[in-house]
Design a protein around this ligand. Structure first.
Ligand code: SF4
Length: 405
């Protein structure tokens, strides 16, 4: 059985390290040009160089997104950017625009190319077309069923990648002008304002300002709002289908999200490949995924469009836990130095999570400032000392059960 790669998002250097620590085989990152996700803390040329070195040290892979569709006036800048990137030892470029592909092949012919989901590949014929054009891996459209993925696998030799987790667009794999139309912020330039998640009302044109609610529930209507994808339960089927890479969406997501989701998929994938016949999905893994911020989960189109429950009537993000801090240092007595991200108090029950599903519950005892002095509360961005559990390691994350909402 071929073990697929687990591919995680890395919105910045810290998230990249986190993704690697928590089990990613490869990460995808955005440069500061042409990579979508304009606000994801993208990598400069210099930081791409450091990222590439870090990934090499760990024996992992790094892919750079260049998946915007360009306009004629942007082509000279693309040429310049590709020349600047050429010395870097990045494992592949992720692109979708055939024009970008042509320029990369001309200027940097040895570079491995992966096709973005933005190219909406839905057939073996399309996959072979891209393969003949020089693409080594195709990220299949999220709209495909498992049977269609299997069919494409059996009819092609190109590498196949599928999204297993994260946000979905109501539009076809993100080819959408809604944000451009309503806000002037282009999804294709990575600046989507996500108007598909907004609450809409009805207005009769001769009565401006009088809004008639369209009520799906007592909070209004979210007609364009999609659920989040979660295919954890179907990993065996995807591995069996011969998929080469399982991709987690979310370069805009937090470090905590990247850690918590990546480690669950790592655990499930390792467990299945180690013992396919005896594999049983651990329900605790799904509970783990519920602890991070997400919209209601669904399996998307994996079993057909009739089956798809992609629309979420409730647009609110939900989670059962709040992230409260990162363990920056642990001494020999398990005393932690924590960089706080949310407030917490002495006496609160906290949960520590680390790579390989390591976790422990403990009650926060006395809190102290790094320089000494007892604290009544740990405030966001403060460095706080407290006693941790014996399981604690540098780089672990702390969270607590969500109090309300
Ligand atoms: S508006 Fe919604 S569907 Fe359109 S690109 Fe943005 S997130 Fe995707």
């Amino acid at each position: 059985m071929m073990k697929p790669e687990l591919l995680a998002p890395a919105g910045d250097m810290e998230k990249l390290e986190t993704a690697l620590d928590y089990g990613a085989d490869a990460v995808y990152v955005g440069g500061d040009q042409f990579g979508l996700r304009a606000m994801a803390g993208n990598f400069s040329l210099e930081s791409l160089g450091r990222a590439q070195e870090l990934v090499r040290e760990r024996g992992k892979k790094i892919y750079l997104t260049l998946n915007a569709y360009l306009r004629p006036t942007e082509m000279p800048a693309l040429h310049r950017y590709l020349e600047e990137l050429r010395p870097l030892d990045l494992d592949a470029y992720i692109l979708s625009d055939p024009g970008v592909l042509a320029v990369v092949r001309e200027l940097d012919p040895g570079r491995e190319l992966h096709l973005s989901t933005q190219a909406n590949t839905t057939t073996a014929e399309a996959a072979r077309f891209w393969q003949q054009a020089g693409v080594e891996r195709v990220n299949l459209a999220r709209e495909l069923t498992l049977a269609e993925i299997q069919q494409i696998r059996s009819e092609t030799t190109v590498g196949l990648e599928v999204f297993v987790h994260g946000a979905m667009c109501v539009a076809y794999s993100g080819r959408c002008l809604l944000s451009t139309a309503l806000t002037g912020r282009s999804a294709n330039a990575g600046a989507c304002a996500q108007p598909c998640r907004w609450n809409y009302a009805l207005m009769e044109e001769t009565r401006p300002g009088q809004y008639f609610p369209i009520e799906e529930d007592d909070r209004g209507s979210y007609v364009f709002n999609s659920r989040d994808l979660c295919l954890l339960e179907y990993l065996p089927a995807l591995v069996g289908a011969g998929v080469n890479s399982l991709k987690i969406e979310g370069r805009m997501k937090t470090l905590y999200y990247v850690a918590a989701v990546t480690r669950v998929y790592r655990a499930a994938l390792d467990a299945y490949v180690a013992d396919p016949a005896g594999y049983v999905m651990d329900p605790a893994w799904l509970e783990e995924l519920d602890k991070v911020s997400h919209r209601p989960y669904d399996r998307g189109f994996l079993f057909g469009t009739e089956d798809a429950l992609v629309h979420a009537a409730d647009s609110r993000y939900q989670r059962t836990h709040d992230f409260v801090g990162i363990v920056r240092r642990v001494d020999d007595n398990s005393r932690l130095l924590v960089e706080c991200r949310n407030r917490f108090f002495p006496g609160e029950e906290l949960e520590l999570i680390g790579p390989a599903m390591r976790q422990a519950h403990f009650v926060a005892g006395k809190l102290a400032a790094e320089g000494g002095g007892e604290l009544d509360v740990a405030q966001p961005n403060a460095l706080v000392l407290l006693q941790g559990p014996a399981e604690a390691r540098k780089g672990d994350l702390l969270r607590r059960q969500k109090v309300s909402g």
